[in-house]
Design a protein around this ligand. Structure first.
Ligand SMILES: [Cu+2]
Length: 177
């Protein structure tokens, strides 16, 4: 019970569990050795509120998992307004990982700091429903909307998987280009 309470008090951050490990959804931070392909895999993911999400570096490059949020270097707000933004910092070594637990329902777009310009972005939907209308999940506009926010690179805008596809399939694999 004490462990459960301790867990419940954590909303994000780096932490490690073994015996109490519950199900965790992993997202690989993938890169070819020459860096010609960089991608989150899966790039689109549907999770239930409160589920643990872990990004793991596959070891060929340096990556971050960083929420689209003005607190992260003036990026556009592309997570629910009530949600807490995150930034993993640089994950340098093979197997380096970072976890969040997203409790607010909605759409979460995030990027990799060194590879945003190359389109290394991902989208997580936190929802108890797979029904597009019932979940009332609306896509974010392409333009940042607020003057101070940085515009998104075209490569990033191109790569967000469509919301209906994520709801239907649950997970969308990363780029193989
Ligand atoms: Cu990256």
């Amino acid at each position: 019970m004490a462990g459960g309470l301790w867990l419940a008090s954590l909303t994000l951050g780096r932490f490690c569990l073994s015996a109490e490990d519950e199900d965790v959804v992993e997202i690989s931070m993938r890169s070819t050795e020459d860096g010609s392909i960089v991608t989150f895999d899966p790039i689109g993911l549907l999770v239930r509120p409160g589920q643990r999400i872990r990004w793991v570096n596959d070891g060929n490059n340096v990556h971050t998992a960083t929420a689209y949020h003005p607190k992260n270097d003036n990026h556009a707000l592309r997570i629910p307004a009530a949600a807490v933004p995150w930034d993993s910092g640089y994950l340098v070594n093979p197997g380096d990982s970072f976890e969040v637990r997203l409790t607010v329902e909605g759409i979460y777009d995030y990027y990799c700091i060194p590879h945003e310009m190359s389109g290394m972005v991902g989208r997580i939907i936190v929802s108890t429903s797979r029904d597009y209308n019932q979940a009332s999940l609306k896509p974010y506009p392409d333009s940042p909307g607020v003057e101070e926010w940085s515009p998104l690179p075209d490569a990033a805008l191109r790569n967000f998987p469509p919301i209906p596809a994520i709801l239907e399939r649950g997970r969308i694999g990363g780029s193989n280009r």
